[in-house]
Design a protein around this ligand. Structure first.
Ligand code: IPT
Length: 984
């Protein structure tokens, strides 16, 4: 191996033993080793790196990762399902953010059991062979309440994400707990973790000492894998100097987060990564730890189908391939499975669904983008020279319209040409040519067909590439994968249907034979190069070359849609060997023995399949059942049919169900007994929200952090008092309602409202008056800029009587109530974000088994307008037979925009916040495990009228899709009933 650049004595030492990968030498930043000498962090050599890629166990790889949040899928059995889907899409990595607040309801209290059992998430990754990028925080952002901080942290006087004793102690408290799992699950201990992120996107108001403190803590606890940092864009934070990490990287969201104009797209993608990387950390692989895989959508937004259109498969082609062209060799797509921000998980901006328009949708379904990601990932894992390239500027025509990046492998003659429109969003169809130099000569390609870029497309063309026993001269079709099947080699190539393609392969004799049924295929041999031209079909055309190559070659020419349904799962028999199967909706795995390949996967209809069987293999099974195969030709291609058997699925029609109703805002009644409530008597706060009046009416200061909050204020009447002035402070999509002496005064968005001219009418001049305020909160702000924003209050900044001069004499006595028990959770199983402070929540009305016999019988849709808060309960049955995956949802159907909000409890779990007046979400995913898919379920809906009264509209159960599936076993999540509830 050749070493260039400035070599210190340390790197010479590495060079001397360079064939031995395992050299634990502390890397030094001054060492520049352009030709791939290995570096390590000095703690382990199982995860090493060079200037190009990571090396796991000495093996270089493209880390094709995606983000997944276990807390956004509160059913551990389904974590395996999602990891299997990652694997099926040929991801070899997953990035987990760990959510401190999800595990810690109270300072010093931690829970890693049940749905919080992170070990199960690690196991799911490990058992499917997926590497984990572990991102423990403390801060994570992620559109979560407080950006992942526990709610109690807002009570801290000192700033978070800064080096100070109070914050250091809090961060260390968390890391002590999570590190137990992280340390044990590192690759060095046989686990899946390969990289460890130190805080997230700490890119504003930074503090290197804080980063150093975190690094030291990880080290002390036993973290050995390399540290990483995800900068908010390529800015160079913590790439060098104090606080710096082993492998610096950044994030990038080029399409932004407004999905309302999905096809707009920016004009350009970044072409500066390469220079930036070279300047900043060129001795490390280029890493993007978050690249846009979709987008979040706010309350009132256009909805996830629009985000999916914005970040669609074309986006994946153009932007991801641009990353590769720039040199990115570690890429994690945020999100690859978004899931559900159930209960009080989300930060105020976003609603319950966190589908994100991601590759795998919220109910776990495949999208075209998922299949596109698979095409890319499999190419990146197959064509190894792509891992070790250097950029060059190729010669090409139409340079003002078409951008071509050249990548030359430093170890072999293989070169790649990545073509995309200069104007990213161009919809034009443009023909172009590239001059290539290969070991077989110089060519202007294509030579006798057309190479086009049709709109938002990008292509990676491979030249001069030795694969299996073949030598590809060039291909203007993109490669999916190739495989030696014994007697011959197989390669699958693709482009959009009807586009022409050219494929040139080296042959020994000038008389090789080309066999195909497709008459668009033309062949010509000269100078030892066999050149095929063809039209990409609707479907996949086999072209067989014999006679000239060392082994015969089967070229499967696929149109794009057909290519999407090719799968190349590893056979689990020989390292790197892939089975080739076309057709199914999802292929989870393949296991090969001498004569059989056993596939597992999912289908959504009767599916014709094609398989390419390696020599010796005669049979296949699908989910354990043998499949009758017909030989399509003599080249190992077989066809068969996977029969979709329609299942007998049953679920209750909720419009026919008996529902129970009860009114549930007794807090508005002056006689209501609030003696057990917390007295709001604080005169100061650590919140960043300025207050106008005292006492402090910020619920967090009294230990209530989630969901609805009640405040009751009492004051003695006087004819002087004309009204009161109240200002609510909470996040987006919050609302509040005010009552005086049991009378509705109004419902408002957050902000100020002056209630005037109430003297002599609503305010009693004699005796006690009671103001009841109900605040619907939507979580705490995040701390993206490390500016303490998460300490913003949820409550009231101002509550003063009008018409009186001396507020201290005429003050209001306040009591506050949130979830039962506050930080001492009444329901630790469901955790800190499940319940808020509605009367029904405090009293367990949402739980299975609550005795509602004496409630009124009603039908839904409701026939009556109900004031205040109303609760509805019913039970329903679901029966989905084994062998099927039928993800279920609950949908609200109400065309009115009446201002009401609801909480949806299924078996006691708060699976969604609905804003009838806000939208856009009307459909709520009920994951298997939370939902009993073979039995009875309890449904409870709490309706909060913001207008004076509300009438709950139609509510229906609705499946997303019916799949005959190899879904892994999903156990029912522990859902304690009313009988286990501690009573207050
Ligand atoms: C990036 C965050 O790192 C991630 O947690 C998430 O919030 C994401 O944004 C948006 O979904 S921050 C990036 C927009 C600079």
């Amino acid at each position: 191996m050749l070493f260039k650049g400035v070599l210190t004595s340390i790197s010479l030492a590495i060079a001397a033993v360079t064939t031995v990968v395992a050299v634990p030498v502390k890397k030094t930043l001054e060492v520049r080793d352009d030709e791939g000498g290995d570096q390590t962090n000095g703690l382990t050599d199982l995860v090493a790196w060079d200037t190009h890629t990571l090396k796991i166990n000495g093996e270089p790889l493209f880390l094709f990762s995606g983000e997944f949040h276990y807390y956004r899928l509160p059913s551990p059995g389904l974590w395996t399902d999602i990891m299997e889907k990652f694997k099926a899409l040929d991801y070899n990595g997953v990035s987990f953010y760990f959510f401190w607040g999800y595990h810690s309801p109270k300072k010093g209290v931690y829970d890693f059991t049940g749905i919080r059992d992170v070990q199960k998430a690690f196991d799911a990754a490990k058992n499917t062979g997926i590497h984990v990028i572990s991102r423990a925080g403390p801060y994570i952002n992620a559109e979560l309440d407080s950006g992942g901080f526990p709610s109690w942290l807002a009570q801290m006087q000192s700033p978070a994400r800064k080096y100070n004793p109070e914050n250091n102690a809090a961060s260390e408290e968390w890391l002590t707990e999570i590190d137990k799992y992280m340390v044990a699950n590192q690759i060095t201990k046989g686990g899946p973790i390969i990289l460890n992120q130190v805080d997230n996107e700490f890119s504003y108001n930074t503090d290197p000492k804080y980063m150093e403190m975190l690094k030291a803590k990880f080290l002390k606890d036993g973290m050995e894998v390399p540290t990483i940092f995800n900068d908010a864009g390529p800015n160079g934070n913590f790439a060098k100097g104090p606080g710096s990490v082993d492998i610096y990287g950044w994030d990038q969201y080029p399409a932004g987060f407004d999905c309302s104009n999905p096809l707009a797209w920016p004009n350009n993608r970044s072409t500066t990564f390469r220079d930036f990387h070279e300047r900043t950390n060129g001795d490390q692989p280029m890493a993007i730890y978050e690249f846009q895989g979709g987008a979040f959508d706010p309350w009132g937004g256009p909805g996830y189908p629009e985000c999916y259109k914005m970040v669609n498969e074309q986006y994946a082609k153009v932007y991801y391939k641009n990353n590769y062209a720039q040199g990115v060799r570690i890429q994690s797509l945020y999100m690859t499975y978004g899931g559900t921000s159930w209960g009080g998980l989300p930060k105020p901006t976003v609603y319950t669904s966190y589908d994100y328009g991601a590759a795998i949708s919220e109910p776990g379904l495949m999208t075209t983008k998922a299949y596109e990601n698979k095409l890319q990932a499999t190419f990146l894992h197959t064509v190894k020279p792509f891992l070790t390239t250097k950029h060059f500027d190729p010669e090409s025509d139409k340079r003002d319209i078409i951008l071509i990046d050249g990548l030359a492998d430093v170890n072999t003659p293989t070169k790649f040409y990545i073509a995309q429109h200069q104007l990213t969003k161009s919809e034009d169809k443009d023909e172009f040519h590239i001059n290539i130099k290969t070991t077989d000569g110089k060519f202007e390609i294509p030579r006798s067909s057309k190479l086009i870029l049709n709109g938002r497309d990008a292509k990676i063309l491979t030249t001069d590439y030795a694969f299996n026993s073949q030598h590809l001269v060039y291909s203007t079709s993109e490669i999916f994968t190739h495989q030696d099947v014994g007697s011959h080699d197989v390669i699958i190539v693709y482009a959009y249907e009807n586009e022409e393609g050219e494929f040139a392969i080296k042959v020994k004799k000038d008389k090789s034979q080309v066999e195909t049924d497709d008459d668009s295929v033309k062949s010509e041999t000269s100078d030892g190069i066999l050149q095929l031209t063809y039209k990409h079909p609707n479907g996949t055309t086999p072209v067989y070359i014999s006679g000239g190559t060392e082994k015969e070659l089967l070229i499967l020419v696929a149109g794009y849609d057909s290519a999407l349904r090719w799968w190349a799962p590893y056979t689990e028999e020989k390292k790197g060997e892939r089975a080739l199967i076309h057709g199914p909706y999802l292929v989870r795995s393949a296991k090969k023995d001498e004569s059989t390949i056993a596939f597992t996967g999912d289908i959504d209809e009767t599916t014709d399949i094609q398989v390419v069987l390696p020599d010796g293999v005669k049979f296949i099974t699908w989910n354990g059942e043998s499949v009758k195969l017909t030989k399509q030709d003599k080249h190992g291609i077989y066809t068969g049919t996977l029969e979709f058997k329609k299942p007998d699925i049953k679920f209750t029609d909720l419009t026919e169900a008996t529902w129970k109703y009860k009114a549930a805002s007794p807090e508005t009644d002056p006689e209501f007994d609030d003696s057990e409530w917390v007295t709001a008597d604080h005169l100061s706060t650590n919140s960043t929200t300025p207050y106008d009046t005292q006492p402090i009416l910020y619920a967090d200061d009294y230990g209530f952090h989630t969901g609805c909050l009640w405040f009751r204020g009492k004051f003695n009447g006087s004819s002087e008092i004309t009204g009161f002035n109240i200002t609510a402070h909470s996040g987006d999509a919050s609302a509040w309602t005010a009552y005086l002496n049991n009378e509705y005064l109004g419902g408002f968005d957050v902000g100020n409202h002056a209630f005037t001219d109430l003297n002599g009418t609503k305010i009693k001049a004699d005796g006690e008056n009671v103001i009841s305020l109900l605040l619907w909160t939507t979580g705490h702000e995040d701390d993206f800029s490390a500016d303490e924003n998460f300490k913003q209050a949820r409550g009231f900044t101002q509550a003063e009587l009008l018409g009186v001069y001396n507020q201290t004499i005429w003050s209001i006595d306040w009591k506050v109530q949130g979830n039962l028990g506050g930080e001492d959770l009444a329901d630790p199983v469901r955790g800190p974000y499940n319940e808020g402070g509605l009367y029904g929540e405090r009293n367990g009305w949402h739980l299975p088994g609550f005795p509602d016999d004496d409630w009124e019988d009603v039908n839904i849709p409701e026939s009556k307008n109900r004031t205040g808060v109303s609760w509805y309960r019913t039970t329903f049955d679901v029966n989905i037979p084994d062998g099927y995956d039928v993800p279920m949802s609950l949908r609200y159907k109400d065309d009115t925009k009446t201002r009401y909000r609801t909480l949806l409890f299924v078996n006691g779990w708060n699976m969604g916040r609905y804003g009838n007046d806000l939208g856009p979400q009307t459909q709520y995913y009920l994951p298997k495990g939370i939902l009993n898919t073979q039995g009875k379920n309890t449904l409870a809906i709490g309706v909060v009228a913001i207008d004076e009264a509300a009438q709950l509209g139609e509510v229906v159960l609705e499946p997303y899709k019916v799949l005959q599936a190899a879904l892994p076993e999903v156990e029912l999540v522990d859902s304690p009933g009313y009988d286990t509830r501690q009573q207050s």
